[in-house]
Structure formats: structure tokens, C-alpha cells
Design a protein around this ligand. Structure first.
Ligand SMILES: Cc1cc2nc3c(=O)[nH]c(=O)nc-3n(C[C@H](O)[C@H](O)[C@H](O)COP(=O)(O)O)c2cc1C
Length: 325
């Protein structure tokens, strides 16, 4: 029996380790390498509606005939989509592990159009990479959150395959948002996406992108929320993402209650075959601790099961500031 086997979004995975969405999952060659290295599933690089629209706008297509311009825009858009759909079909044919496409769109039509095409291409599940930066100070957080929920409702009406929402962590109440996803019958949540951040270079006196790769210390913020979310009574699968740099990190997320663990930055650094080493680490640790399956220890240290759940609620370093401690 394969001790690493897990269930995620209704699918059987041979390992909880998933190669998360990035350039590492954008070609058939790298997808095959991920499978050969022991990944449980792969999430394809997102199809970005923004990217497609930008690509279209870089063509100075203005012919003076609006209908001709629309035709060209639609042609370019559907070609980008077609390439993506072809990647899904070929990957499904070539691989035996699940292939999860991912979409990132910013208009409600875009979301549903793409999702429908993807489901029709034979995807077993879909990941929705969604984040709207709230830049309007007159808008309440409830109004900003409503945009996500309306999108989900629209999606759920359009496709029948399981949906995982890859969410950001900048919500006033993360557990409320997951509960809202669950009430709309979303099957999974990826906690969390890691976004592009601008930084300032003082030599150039200019804006530069912050490092795109995560560090292991970023794992701790995620750990708390996975431990809290997995202790709730909503039935929604949790896939951990951000800061997994070793097999030990994956074990930490599983102990906190994640069903699967996504890996990206460390694979850019060490190559896809590093998954083999991570799987081995999990297996050896399970043997050492006498766990016959992932389910035997998943969530053992979450907010419900840990003997002192208040450690997850604690936010202040009291003992460092109090003279009595
Ligand atoms: C170069 C790069 C490209 C990425 N592209 C995508 C993407 O297309 N869609 C997406 O949902 N996440 C994307 N991500 C985010 C990763 O899937 C992942 O959630 C994030 O890097 C945190 O995981 P990590 O700490 O293991 O790197 C990308 C990350 C990197 C570093």
C-alpha cells in the first residue's frame, strides 16, 4: 500500500506534494519531469486574462474598421486560449497524475468563458487564482469581498468540475471568507497565493520587483491559518502553498491540517527531482513515528486537536515586553 496516498478535490493522489502553478508547469517536458520525480499532481501555469488582453493590445491593429479590429482581438485571444487547452489535452494524455489547470481573470465574462473551455478540454478540477487589489478607500471590505463571492457563484453555475480557490491572505477575516466559499460549494482552498510586490531601489531611486521566490520563514503565517481553518467544521480541502522548502516543511503543513502541499520556489532552486527527496523525507518520518497513512497524522496539531489551542490565537510577544515573564 502506498502510504503517501491522499484524496484532494475528489481525486486520488499518490503523494500530497503538488507542483504549484508557475513556469515549471507550463511545458509538457517539465510536467513529465514532475511526474517522474514523484509529484502527486501538477497545477498548470495560470492562463491570465490580463496577459492575453495585453498581448492583444501590443498589436497596433487599428485598421479603421472596428469590426475588423474586434475580429483580430478575438482571433488572438482564442489562439492563446487554444494553446492552453491543447496543453491540458496533451498533458492529460501523457501523464497519469491529475493535471489541474489554473485561471486568472479580472472580468466576470473572462472567468466563466475560460473555465468553461477548460472543463470541456477534460480537466478533472480547476484552480482559480484570484485577487483584486482594493484601491478604493470609499469601498467597504464587505463590498470588496462580494466581488469574489459573485464570481464564485457565476463559476459554479457554469462548470461542474471541482473548484479550488487560490486565495490571498489579506482579508479581515480569513475563516469567514473560507466559510463563504464553502457555503457556495467550493471544494478546495489554496492557502495562500504569493503575489508580486513592488519594492524601492534607493540607488536607482526607482521601483523594482521584490524577490519572486519565497523564503522558509514565510511558512509561519500560513501555518497558523491552516491550523485554524482545518479545525472548522466546513468540509473543504486545504492545499498549503508558500514557504515549503523541504520535506520537513511539508510535514509541518500536514500536521497543521492541510490535505495537500504545493511546492514552487524550492523547485526553481533545486530542480523538479527534489520532489523525490521530499517524498522520501515524509515517508521516513512516517516510519519513524509509526504512521501508516497521511490521514493518521493530518491535522494532529491543528487548532482543535492541539492540547493548547490558544497558541494559535496568540499574536503578541508578551513575555518579551513584560517584566514579570
Ligand atoms: C516565477 C513564478 C511564477 C508563478 N506563476 C504563478 C501562476 O501563473 N499562477 C499562480 O496561481 N501562481 C503562480 N505563482 C505562485 C506559486 O504557484 C506559489 O503559490 C508561490 O510561489 C508560493 O509558493 P512557494 O513558496 O513554494 O514558492 C508563481 C510563482 C513564481 C515564483
Amino acid at each position: 500500500m502506498n502510504k503517501l496516498a491522499v484524496k484532494y478535490l475528489g481525486m486520488d493522489l499518490r503523494s500530497p506534494l503538488i507542483v504549484s502553478s508557475s513556469r515549471l508547469t507550463s511545458t509538457l517536458g517539465s510536467l513529465k519531469e514532475a511526474e517522474d520525480s514523484g509529484a502527486g499532481a501538477v497545477v498548470l501555469k495560470s492562463l491570465f486574462e490580463e496577459q492575453i488582453n495585453h498581448y492583444i493590445s501590443t498589436f497596433d491593429s487599428s485598421s479603421g474598421y472596428p469590426e475588423a479590429d474586434d475580429y483580430l482581438a478575438n482571433y488572438l485571444r482564442s489562439n492563446s486560449v487554444d494553446e492552453y487547452l491543447s496543453l491540458i489535452r496533451k498533458a492529460r494524455e501523457m501523464l497519469s497524475i491529475p493535471v489541474i489547470p489554473s485561471i486568472n481573470c479580472f472580468s466576470s465574462e473572462g472567468w466563466t468563458d475560460f473555465a468553461k473551455n477548460i472543463a470541456e478540454a477534460g480537466a478533472d478540477a480547476i484552480e482559480i487564482n484570484v485577487f483584486f487589489l482594493p484601491a478604493d478607500r470609499k469601498k467597504t471590505s464587505a463590498e470588496a469581498e462580494k466581488v469574489y463571492l459573485e464570481l464564485i457563484e457565476k463559476l459554479k453555475k457554469t462548470i461542474k468540475i471541482p473548484i479550488a480557490i487560490k486565495m490571498g491572505f489579506r482579508f479581515s477575516n480569513i475563516l469567514y471568507m473560507i466559510d463563504q466559499f464553502y457555503m457556495r460549494k467550493v471544494e478546495g482552498v489554496v492557502m495562500f497565493n504569493r503575489f508580486y510586490e513592488p519594492d524601492i531601489n534607493i540607488d536607482k531611486i526607482d521601483i523594482v520587483p521584490a524577490p519572486v521566490f519565497s523564503t522558509e520563514s514565510e511558512r509561519r503565517l500560513v501555518l497558523r491559518w491552516i491550523a485554524m481553518a482545518s479545525a472548522q467544521d466546513f468540509r473543504i480541502d486545504i492545499s498549503a502553498s508558500t514557504g515549503v522548502h523541504s520535506g520537513a516543511d511539508a510535514i509541518r503543513y500536514l500536521l497543521a491540517g492541510a490535505h495537500t502541499v504545493q511546492v514552487c520556489s524550492v523547485l526553481y532552486e533545486k530542480g523538479l527531482p527534489f520532489i523525490k527527496e521530499m517524498n522520501k523525507k515524509i515517508e521516513n518520518w512516517m516510519d519513524k513515528n509509526d504512521f501508516g497513512s497521511i490521514e493518521a497524522f493530518r491535522g494532529r496539531l491543528n487548532y482543535r486537536n492541539y492540547k493548547k489551542p490558544e497558541v494559535y490565537e496568540r499574536t503578541q510577544f508578551m513575555k518579551y515586553f513584560s517584566s514579570e515573564d
